[in-house]
Write a protein of this length. Structure first.
Ligand SMILES: Nc1nc2c(ncn2[C@@H]2O[C@H](COP(=O)(O)OP(=O)(O)O)[C@@H](O)[C@H]2O)c(=O)[nH]1
Ligand SMILES: [Mg+2]
Length: 364
C-alpha cells in the first residue's frame, strides 16, 4: 500500500514483477538497475539466489521523478517463480500498488505462463484487490528467441482484456522501462483521482496512507462474491467503490466506561502479544530510553520471527514485511548504543517502528 510522508514529501509505492520461473524478472531488475542514473537507485538486493534461480525475491529501490513537489520512491520486487514458493509470492504481493507480469514468450512456456497468471489472479483477489482497476501491465519477454510466439498469440492466451502490454528482451535491457513507466503512470493516476479512503487503522506518525489502487482488505470468502474477470480494461467496468461493504464504525465506548485518566497506549491496537510493546511504553514513560530502544528492537525481532516464511534472516523478513530499511537499520544501531546514550526521541522513534511492524504483520 502506498504512503505519502508529509514530512519528507515522498510518495512510496511498491511494484511487483510476477511471472513463471526463468521468464526474465531478475534480468529485468538488473537491466533497470544498470540503465538508470546511479543517484536514482539503491542497491539491487537478490536474496538467496542459487545459480539462475531466485529462491526468495529481488528488491530494487528506485527514485523515479518529482510529482507536484513530491519525490516518488518505488520499491521493485520480484517473486520466485517455482510452484512451491506460493507463500513467499503472497507475502511479496502483500501491499503492492502495481504488478508487471513478465511472460516468457516461448511456446514451450505457455502452460507455465498461464499457471503463473492464475496464481497472480488468485493472490490479488485474496488480498482484496479489484483486478479491473489494479495498476497492471504485461511484459512479453524473450522476444529475441526463435521460439517466441507472435505477440497476437500471447495476447489471445494471456491478455483477453487488452491491458497494456510491451515486448522486451530483458537480458539486453530492451523494453524494460516501458512497462514500469506504464504501471507507475496508472498508480499515479489512481492517486490523483481517488479521494483518501476512510482510515481503518491508525497509521505511523507523519504518514498518510492513500488507496492508490483498490486497497487490500481482509481476505474474503471466495464464495461470497461472484468471480470477477481478471485484469478487465478500466472502461469495461464502472469504478468500484473502494469499500463495497464498509464495516460498521466501531461504537465508541460510553464515556462512563473509560477510566478517568486512561493512559494513551498502542497496545489497544492488538489483542495479543503486547508484552514487548507495553515494556517499551513503560520505559519511555519512566525515562529509560535505552531500555525502550532495546525492548523495541527485541519486539521487532519477535514480529519478524513470527512470520511464516522460509527466509531465515531478520533483514530478509523485514524487507518482506515492507519495513522501511533505513528505519530498521537505525533501530538496530540505536539498540547497540551503550547504556544512557539513547535519547527520548530515539525511544519514541523505536516505538514508532515497532508499532508500524506490528500493524503490518497484523494485516497479513
Ligand atoms: N534470450 C533471452 N534470454 C533471457 C531474456 N531475459 C532473461 N533471459 C535469460 O533467461 C534466464 C532466466 O532469467 P531470470 O531473469 O533469472 O528469470 P526469473 O526467474 O524470472 O528471474 C537467464 O539465463 C537470463 O539470462 C531475454 O529477453 N532473452
Ligand atoms: Mg529470478
Amino acid at each position: 500500500m502506498s504512503t505519502i510522508n508529509q514530512l519528507t514529501r515522498e510518495i512510496h509505492a511498491k511494484i511487483v514483477y510476477y511471472g513463471p520461473g526463468l521468464s526474465g524478472k531478475t534480468s529485468t531488475l538488473r537491466s533497470i538497475h544498470g540503465s538508470v542514473r546511479p543517484e536514482t537507485r539503491g542497491q539491487l538486493v537478490s536474496l538467496a539466489t542459487e545459480g539462475d534461480r531466485t529462491l526468495f525475491f529481488d528488491f530494487l529501490p528506485l527514485t523515479v521523478e518529482q510529482v507536484n513537489g513530491l519525490t516518488l520512491r518505488l520499491q521493485l520486487y520480484t517473486v520466485p517463480g517455482q510452484i512451491f514458493y506460493e507463500a513467499t509470492r503472497q507475502l511479496v504481493l502483500n501491499g503492492a500498488d502495481g504488478v508487471i507480469f513478465v511472460a516468457d514468450s516461448q511456446g514451450a512456456a505457455t502452460d507455465a505462463n498461464q499457471e503463473s497468471l492464475a496464481s497472480l489472479e488468485r493472490n490479488l483477489e485474496a488480498l482484496g484487490h479489484d483486478p479491473a482497476t489494479f495498476p497492471f501491465a504485461y511484459q512479453w519477454n524473450k522476444r529475441d528467441l526463435p521460439g517466441a510466439l507472435p505477440v497476437a498469440s500471447l495476447r489471445a492466451a494471456l491478455n483477453p482484456h487488452g491491458r497494456p502490454e510491451f515486448p522486451s528482451v530483458a537480458s539486453r535491457g530492451e523494453g524494460v522501462m516501458d512497462p514500469l513507466k506504464e504501471v507507475t503512470r496508472q498508480l499515479l493516476a489512481a492517486l490523483r483521482t481517488r479521494p483518501p479512503a476512510p482510515q481503518r487503522r491508525p497509521t505511523s506518525p507523519g504518514v498518510i496512507t492513500l488507496p492508490l489502487s483498490s486497497e487490500p482488505t481482509a481476505p474474503s470468502p471466495a464464495a461470497a462474491s461472484p468471480p470477477k474477470p481478471a485484469f478487465a480494461p478500466r472502461a469495461a467496468t464502472p469504478p468500484a467503490p473502494a469499500f463495497a461493504d464498509p464495516p460498521a464504525p466501531r461504537p465508541a465506548p460510553p464515556p462512563a466506561a473509560m477510566p478517568a485518566r486512561s493512559p494513551l497506549t498502542f497496545t489497544r491496537l492488538f489483542t495479543t502479544g503486547n508484552a514487548q510493546l507495553a515494556e517499551v511504553e513503560r520505559a519511555i514513560c519512566e525515562g529509560r530510553a535505552t531500555t525502550a530502544v532495546r525492548a523495541a528492537a527485541q519486539g521487532i525481532s519477535e514480529v519478524l520471527g513470527g512470520l511464516e516464511v522460509l527466509e531465515r534472516s531478520d533483514a530478509a523478513r523485514a524487507a518482506l514485511l515492507g519495513l522501511d530499511g533505513r528505519d530498521y537499520l537505525k533501530l538496530l544501531r540505536l539498540s547497540r548504543l551503550p547504556e544512557g546514550l539513547a535519547t527520548e526521541a530515539d525511544a519514541l522513534f523505536a516505538l514508532h517502528v515497532l508499532v508500524g511492524a506490528r500493524l503490518r504483520a497484523d494485516s497479513i
